[in-house]
Design a protein around this ligand. Structure first.
Ligand SMILES: C[S@@+](CC[C@H](N)C(=O)[O-])C[C@H]1O[C@@H](n2cnc3c(N)ncnc32)[C@H](O)[C@@H]1O
Length: 280
């Protein structure tokens, strides 16, 4: 690497932008017109299959700071991965989410769990006015959300401003081996981390620079998918590099059939939970 490029990469803002572009590209998928709708439904089914394990374990870790009087702001709820288990433990959650498909599933999941204490705000986080949220929440949290944001420093500042007590970030660590294997098989190139979700360390470094004392815990979780769901899951990643047409879809499916005995694909992963108190 040339010295100039090395220097460019060493600035964390540049590293963040480069890594983000790699992770956030919209996949090109042409084998199924309903791919995105089905993927959003898979997302919702996947979190429910093991009774919200991801959100339950995150909530258990936050147990040492939360109580049933807490008012929480959650950014990027998705179908309710964290929202559903957390809403059972706190007074109220205000959940910000802009994707209609995920809001539809979130509403269904809240209803299924008889939860009436979640207010859904159908907006982009960037469009929320600061004076409407300033100092209003006991906990401001986002789960698997960091890469969605262009400016992570700004996200942390705004999270802190909205909180009167705690902030928290939950982020998966590492990607399923299977995705990496299929990528290498299809592309004939070495996997160099293009799909890794980890981003918590960027937040950690910034927060430590600001003098915050960050508590960090980790937990293990499992997601299960059937063959069709797993093909969509893989296509969502591979499609960022190669168009997944019917030929490539068959290639992915054949490979998946080869490696599963029972038609179920289990992804075992870890996630980091970070929490801290903003400066008073
Ligand atoms: C990777 S998903 C994570 C969902 C859920 N929190 C979880 O842990 O599974 C990110 C979610 O954030 C939403 N999102 C992305 N950018 C957003 C933004 N700027 N404002 C609000 N929601 C956003 C997406 O629609 C998606 O539902």
């Amino acid at each position: 690497m040339k010295i100039r490029n090395l220097k460019h990469h060493l600035r964390w803002e540049n590293a963040w932008e480069e890594m983000r572009q790699e992770r956030m590209g919209k996949p090109k998928v042409s084998y199924d017109d309903e791919f995105f709708k089905k993927s959003a439904n898979d997302f919702s089914e996947r979190i429910k299959l093991n009774d919200y394990e991801f959100g339950r374990k995150s909530t258990e870790m936050l147990d040492e700071i939360i109580d049933d009087n807490f008012e929480v702001l959650e950014i990027g709820t998705g179908p309710g991965t964290l929202t559903v288990p957390l809403a059972k433990k706190v007074k109220k959650i205000t959940g910000i989410e802009f994707a209609e498909r995920n809001i539809k599933n979130l509403k269904l999941n809240l209803k299924e769990n008889n939860l009436l204490n979640v207010e859904i705000v159908n907006k982009k986080w960037e469009k929320i006015e600061d004076d409407k949220i300033m100092g209003k929440f006991d906990l401001v949290v986002c789960s698997h959300f960091l890469w969605q944001i262009k400016d992570v420093d700004e996200l942390l500042k705004r999270m802190e401003n909205a909180s009167r007590r705690y902030c928290s970030i939950i982020q998966p660590c590492g990607r399923d081996e299977l995705i990496k294997e299929i990528f290498e098989k299809i592309s004939n190139q070495k996997y160099t981390g293009q799909f890794e979700p980890d981003a918590d360390y960027f937040a950690y470094v910034i927060l430590r620079e600001w003098g915050r004392l960050v508590s960090v815990g980790y937990f293990d979780y499992t997601f299960e998918r059937n063959l069709k769901e797993q093909v969509r899951n893989v296509a969502g990643f591979i499609g960022r590099f190669y168009e997944v047409d019917t030929v490539l879809e068959k290639k992915i499916k054949d490979y998946l059939l080869e490696i599963s005995e029972d038609g179920i694909y289990r992804e075992e992963n870890k996630a980091a939970v970070m929490w801290w108190q903003p400066e008073k």
